[in-house]
Design a binder for this molecule. Structure first.
Ligand SMILES: C[S@@+](CC[C@H](N)C(=O)[O-])C[C@H]1O[C@@H](n2cnc3c(N)ncnc32)[C@H](O)[C@@H]1O
Length: 276
């Protein structure tokens, strides 16, 4: 799903995907591959992905700057907490795992079962509202698979900047397009772009570059397409249930959309800025 909605917050307890990484990917000694090589972790991942593999996206995003265990990280739109799991397990950082809809109690129980609950504060938070934190409190604001849903206007990035210490980072990654469709929506994508939320939230990388270039008080560190796009999508697609509903955001809807797209248009966009 490119822009998940609340209705898709279903348990996929029975969706045990046995697809494992093979070939070159297996050779890559990444955190994500190691995480997924554990049967319990794989089951957790396959029941909690609300978009292209959030652990894989988080790993690539975080590789562009330094994270240490004494850092405080605000994770916006964490869903079921995959990016938070990565930030704690890989770095030991303290993470505020926040989301507008995801159930913090369920997330807390999941974090407990992974033995990392002491490092994560799960909470409901609307990223579009004034944040309930002190200014300059966080070392990093981090977001995977969600920023496009609330950060697609000129106000949001300037709103977030004051909450990050000088020298800290704002780092986000989310589904986007290799080029902006504008009014020329490819015919095969038209049925999916008829959903206003999709048309609004799924933009081209140049559109995002222009938006972030307007903000003051930051230095852009990186704006690029993530290399993990294809595999992150494949892993997400493999976790979906083809008999799932076909309304926007449901499993079948997402499978149909990805089949229509067929690798031609989607990318994963990452934007990283240093607060100066
Ligand atoms: C596609 S899901 C991705 C979830 C998760 N980051 C992942 O990668 O699995 C997008 C998430 O953004 C959250 N979201 C949307 N609007 C939000 C807002 N205004 N404030 C906080 N979270 C929001 C949704 O509740 C949802 O969990």
């Amino acid at each position: 799903m490119l822009t998940c909605k609340t209705a898709r917050h279903i348990s996929k307890e029975n969706a045990i995907v046995t697809t494992r990484l093979q070939g070159d990917e297996m050779m890559n000694n990444t955190f994500t591959n190691k995480f997924m090589s554990d049967e319990k972790n794989l089951k957790f991942l396959n029941t909690t992905m609300w978009g292209p593999n959030g652990i894989r996206q988080a790993e690539e995003l975080a590789s562009h700057f330094t994270i240490t265990k004494d850092m405080k990280i605000l994770d916006l739109g964490c869903g079921m907490g995959l990016s938070a799991v990565y930030l704690v397990q890989a770095y030991g950082a303290e993470v505020f795992a926040t989301d507008l809809y995801a159930d913090p109690t369920q997330n807390h129980e999941n974090f407990q079962s992974l033995g990392i609950a002491d490092k994560i504060i799960p909470m409901i938070l609307d990223a579009t509202q004034q944040l309930p934190f002190a200014k300059g409190y966080f070392d990093v604001i981090f977001s995977v698979g969600a920023y496009n849903m609330f950060g697609d206007n000129e106000e949001m990035l300037p709103n977030f900047i004051p909450y990050v210490k000088k020298g800290g980072y704002i780092a986000v990654a989310f589904p986007g397009l290799k080029y902006d469709f504008g009014d020329n929506i490819p015919q095969e994508m038209q049925p999916f772009w008829d959903v206003p939320e999709v048309a609004r939230h799924v933009r081209g990388i140049e559109w995002w570059r222009e938006l972030w270039s307007k903000a003051r008080g930051i230095e852009i560190i990186d704006i690029s397409e993530q290399g993990c796009n294809d595999i992150a999508w494949d892993e997400f697609i493999a976790s979906l249930d083809p008999s799932g509903g076909d309304n926007w955001g449901d499993d079948k809807w997402t499978l149909d959309m990805k089949a229509a797209e067929d690798g031609k248009y989607f990318n994963t966009i990452q934007l990283i800025a240093k607060v100066i």
